[in-house]
Design a protein around this ligand. Structure first.
Ligand SMILES: Cc1cc2nc3c(=O)[nH]c(=O)nc-3n(C[C@H](O)[C@H](O)[C@H](O)COP(=O)(O)OP(=O)(O)OC[C@H]3O[C@@H](n4cnc5c(N)ncnc54)[C@H](O)[C@@H]3O)c2cc1C
Length: 494
């Protein structure tokens, strides 16, 4: 957009927006309390996989939408990595035009039902809301309203399918079907490209399906979005590992003109401490994939996980929180989260921490495992943990954890899940000679176009950023789609 301020001014001056603004005084709007998202009872939900957040009713959504002041300088928009026109979609909700609200969301966000559920809004749009910045009050529940509008559209069965440009018979390959890949193919198909997604796993969706559990993001919601892309003409090839099943050169020979690599950061990290390869110690990726995608809880499937009585999860991010809450649902009597810093430094979303505590998760902060012990069959039975204290801030800006000498003690455990971070998937970088990489194993790209050092290869999401977020991955996918379009258009002109 050339001039966003001018555009927003024009938008705001439309009669329907003007009328809404005048319908309620600002003072009245700011006196409304933020509408609370209804939730499943904590005791009940800690034994099932149903969604924790139940969604807003129409009445609740309209009340929350009344709070939005439709400010002249909506800083919330720049707080959103994909620049959703937030005031416009909220005002559509206030005007009872819920399908209109969903349409506004979809102008810049291909997966609003997903983002409304899992985006860290508290550090993005909601953190830039006028209520937070100027009024020092609780921000508008932008994420909850986004989820409401997207769910309303899905439940109404009137899902708007975007306009698709005339087919240009140019083949583009998208490698990886996580949010980066899905966002890229959503834009590319709209531009008229012949888009094929190659996915290594047997199911499409990346972390949205194999990582984030059902009780936060039901697979069914992701499937609806994937089905829409299918209806728009995107082709999906599963069980296809680019770099193994076929090389990029083989795909070039099949006529693919450009590639988007959204292969994520699925390589687990371990602590490399004694006993860590005992049976019953999982990486969070393996643990969650077995449960979310491979039916580990169903005895008819061959992919079980040990369902321990005492399960310890190591880490303090979203993945650790998802793993520990899953362990509780799998029947653990004691599900313990062991984190080496204090709760203030935890990277997990505040909402997840709150939900975990309500569900009876034991938080053991300022502790770190130093070794594991196993029985004669090699199964983990104990872990030795050491107490920690906080020192000066490190490179991440968080206070450095320092071990306290002589503070070690033992905990009996049956299962351990290591959730201390992930690294970029190395397969594509290894399979493509000459691709410029950083020392962290991420693909180096131009930040505007997402083009790599090899002109027909573009990349985005976690393979470029390391472990990041869904919305950042989607933003990358969209920028790469525009970059690919520019690259192909210029190539054709030559
Ligand atoms: C458990 C967990 C919880 C999270 N919770 C949140 C959250 O609440 N909010 C949030 O914003 N973010 C969250 N994140 C982070 C977020 O999910 C990721 O940042 C995001 O999914 C990255 O998207 P992506 O498309 O780059 O990669 P991915 O989602 O990882 O998708 C990459 C896909 O590429 C496939 N692939 C890899 N190599 C190949 C190959 N050679 N050929 C074909 N296919 C290949 C993989 O199988 C995978 O399906 C979470 C992550 C995890 C693991």
């Amino acid at each position: 957009m050339e001039n966003i301020a001018e555009y927003l001014k024009e938008e705001r001056s439309q009669p329907w927006r003007d009328e809404l603004r005048k319908s309620m005084k600002a003072k009245e709007r700011t006196s409304i309390e933020r509408v609370h998202m209804p939730e499943q009872d904590p005791v009940e939900r800690s034994h099932n996989y149903l969604e924790v957040n139940l969604g807003l009713t129409e009445e609740m959504a309209i009340t929350e939408a009344h709070r939005c002041l439709d400010c002249p300088d909506p800083t919330c928009i720049s707080g959103c990595p994909v620049n959703i026109n937030i005031p416009k979609f909220i005002k559509k909700i206030e005007a009872h035009d819920f399908l209109g609200a969903a349409k506004v969301l979809k102008e810049t966000n291909a997966l609003p039902a997903v983002c409304g559920r899992v985006c860290p809004q508290e550090v993005q749009c909601e953190n830039s809301c006028f209520y937070t910045v100027k009024l020092k009050k609780t921000p508008i529940a932008i994420g909850n309203l986004e989820r409401f509008a997207a769910d309303y559209e899905r439940n109404s069965g009137k899902i708007s399918v975007p306009e698709i440009a005339e087919h240009n018979n140019t083949k583009v390959a998208v490698i990886g079907s996580g949010p980066a890949g899905l966002a890229a193919c959503g834009d590319l198909i709209k531009m008229g490209y012949d888009v094929t997604v190659f996915e290594a796993l047997h199911d499409v969706g990346g972390v949205l399906k194999y990582g984030i559990p059902e009780y936060r993001l039901p697979n069914e919601i992701v499937d609806v979005e994937i089905e829409n892309l299918r209806k728009m003409g995107v082709k999906f090839h599963t069980n296809f590992i680019v770099g193994k099943t076929a090389s990029l050169d083989m795909l070039r020979e099949q006529g693919y003109t450009a590639f988007f690599v959204g292969s994520g950061a699925g390589l687990p990290r371990f602590m490399n401490i004694p006993g860590e390869n005992s049976v019953g110690i999982y990486s969070s990726n393996e643990y969650l994939t077995r449960i979310n995608l491979m039916h580990a809880t169903d005895p008819d499937y061959d992919t079980p996980v040990h369902d321990g009585k005492t399960v310890a999860i190591i880490g303090g991010g979203n993945t650790a929180m998802d793993s520990v809450r899953t362990a509780k649902r799998m029947g653990a009597k004691r599900a313990i989260l062991i984190y080496r810093r204090s709760e203030a430094e935890m990277p997990a979303r505040m909402e997840e921490v709150k939900h975990a505590k309500e569900e009876g998760i034991e938080f053991m902060t300022l502790h770190n495992p130093v070794s594991y012990e196993a029985d004669e069959k090699g199964r983990v039975t104990k872990m030795v943990v050491q107490k920690m204290e906080l020192g000066e801030p490190d490179a991440s800006g968080r206070r450095r954890p320092i071990p306290i000498e002589g503070s070690e003690f033992e905990i009996e455990v049956d299962v351990v899940v290591v959730a201390i971070g992930v690294s970029p998937n190395p397969l594509i970088p290894h399979a493509v000679p000459g691709l410029e990489m950083s020392r962290w194993g991420t693909i180096i790209v131009d930040k505007e176009t997402m083009q790599s050092s090899i002109p027909d290869i573009f990349a985005g999401g976690d393979i470029v950023r390391g472990g990041a977020t869904v919305i950042l991955a989607m933003g990358d996918g969209r920028r790469a789609a525009a970059g690919i379009h520019k690259y192909i258009t210029e190539k054709v002109k030559k």
